[in-house]
Design a protein around this ligand. Structure first.
Ligand SMILES: CC(C)(COP(=O)(O)OP(=O)(O)OC[C@H]1O[C@@H](n2cnc3c(N)ncnc32)[C@H](O)[C@@H]1OP(=O)(O)O)[C@@H](O)C(=O)NCCC(=O)NCCS
Length: 184
């Protein structure tokens, strides 16, 4: 199912319905909204991430995922946040293999995204699809702009943003960062 259909399947134009995504290597993942019960799965996924991937995602050396972040991640605000996980549906270790979310400040029409894919699920089109869904949902929920803060050295994320039509500009406050922005 494509991103637009995933959002349109419900009579509420801003709703999202879970869908199964076939990846480039033939494996399937289930894409659904994050749930309260995902804490353990999210922690396991974080613990499997390489140090480089953690740094790229959180822009800090993260040996552990603090409980407060885990709590916040699994309880997105219905008004201002939207969070997806992708779960492997087969094999001996089914679990979360990717996550993507956006969040907005109260009253803002700009939302900020973040996306992470487990290292051994890279380059299969997963982040591209998750980000496309985020863009679609954010647009339907009335946001006018999506942005992301990306390490200047993060070629993968910058290329992906470029492929999805984001502009890529220097971050005014930090030369090590870029800001990728998309008008919705
Ligand atoms: C960035 C990241 C999310 C990309 O995830 P992914 O699922 O591997 O990306 P996709 O397979 O959807 O790639 C889509 C496109 O992005 C670009 N891309 C992805 N990885 C790339 C890489 N390592 N080098 C160059 N381009 C890359 C390509 O254009 C790719 O299309 P193609 O495979 O048809 O050439 C992943 O590398 C990751 O989780 N990194 C660590 C966390 C992070 O940096 N998050 C971003 C901060 S918000």
């Amino acid at each position: 199912m494509d991103a637009a259909k995933a959002v349109h399947g419900n009579t509420d134009p801003a709703a999202f319905e879970p869908f199964t995504l076939r990846l480039r290597d033939g494996r399937d993942v289930l894409v659904r909204e994050i749930a309260e019960g995902d804490k353990a799965g999210l922690l396991a996924a974080f613990n499997r991430l390489s140090a480089d991937a953690r740094y790229a995602r959180f822009m800090a050396a993260m040996a552990q995922l603090p409980e407060a972040m885990l709590e916040q991640a699994t309880h997105p605000s219905a008004e201002r946040e939207f969070a997806l996980v992708a779960l492997a549906t087969e094999g001996n270790a089914p679990g979360i293999v990717a996550g993507a979310r956006y969040a907005a400040a109260p009253g803002s029409d700009t939302c900020e995204f973040a996306v992470t894919v487990s290292d051994d699920w890279h380059r299969l089109g997963l982040a591209r699809r998750l980000l496309a869904v985020l863009v679609d949902v954010a647009r339907r929920r009335g946001y006018r702009c999506m942005e992301g803060y990306v390490l200047s050295s993060n070629t993968a994320m910058r290329q992906l943003a470029h492929r999805l039509g984001f502009a890529d500009v220097p971050c005014p406050d930090d030369a090590t960062l870029r800001v990728v922005t998309l008008a919705l």
